[in-house]
Design a protein around this ligand. Sequence first.
Ligand code: ZN
Ligand code: ZN
Length: 390
Amino acid sequence: MPIKNRYAELHSEITEWRHDFHIHPELMYDVHRTAARVAELLREFGCDEVVEGVGKTGVVGVIHGQSIASGKAIGLRADMDALPIHEATGLEYASQTPGKMHACGHDGHTAMLLGAAKYLCETRNFDGKAVMVFQPAEEGGAGGLAMCQDGMMDRFGIQEIYGMHNMPGQPVGQFAIRPGALLASSDEFEIIVTGKGGHAAAPHDAIDTTLVAAQIVVSLQTLVSRNVDPIKRVVLTVGTFETDSVASNVIAHEVRMKGTVRTLDTEYREFAEKRVREIVEGTASAFGATVEIAWSRGYPVTMNTSEHTVFAAEVAKSIAGNVDDNVDPIMPAEDFSYMLEERPGAYIFLGNGDTAMCHHPKYNFDDEAIPFGSSWYSGMIEARMKMNTN
Ligand SMILES: [Zn+2]
Ligand SMILES: [Zn+2]
């Protein structure tokens, strides 16, 4: 199963869809134009069912194989949303909306999955149902969770689900995957420390909140260095630090900090929250300050199931020749993780060549990756729901 010849013919058409999405980036759940275009194309291809408004603005297209006797249904997922970044690529099809940009390649993911949908509608060389999932709000809005909470898995009978992300720095068309944790979980916290403001020359009459908060920042770093098994992967970063003093001769009354904890080991999510609370409360009380801590759970660990990872790697290998099937995990988070919490499946990286990194104003999706991505999506359907040739 090398790159399918049909994708050589479809390449320019899929590229046009991609450039159209790129010109018109939309954020979070506000992907109305993109979703409408996706639904229009899915209907044009002849999908057996096209449902809009799943998880607010998600779209699902169902394609029946020549037979559906196997009773199988497999989900393939792409994301549709862009980022609040001002594009600096200078491309002729650059964003026409200042401050919005497809800087993560979701335009490419959506176009590649549409290409696979067109091919699968033409050929239907499988036994079962292919469920094409186009989700909104991957970039921080948990659109994947919204689609799951809308009952997508049961409603369309999805038994397994697969997703893909382009990867700058890997050769175009090279796939990489691993069983188990591929991307981290991401949780956020906000800490408000209250001491007692005062005159900089009379610290004995104040409780110096800046000093207390600084101790907290330093102590929090012991969570990873002293409390976590060195073999495990956890990272904690305090990203903001704001005092309410704007003068050099004023001791702050209040300090606000925000940070994030990422891990590839699910058991450390609860541990990190518990330990952060202990360190923050203990340190504050040692200095006579008080604290409020708000903790918010973000995306879970993206956890590939072993059997499905092996399968996804085999399909990738048949397309690209070789595949890195034990790639190092990375610490960003991905909301396909919610779909993998509901159903087994796998997430795979597809090389995007020597481009700027995702979320950079000069990033661009490489159109040469399209035949590889579309081939993998449709290959998963044909290989996982083979026609009975007897
Ligand atoms: Zn992104
Ligand atoms: Zn992305």
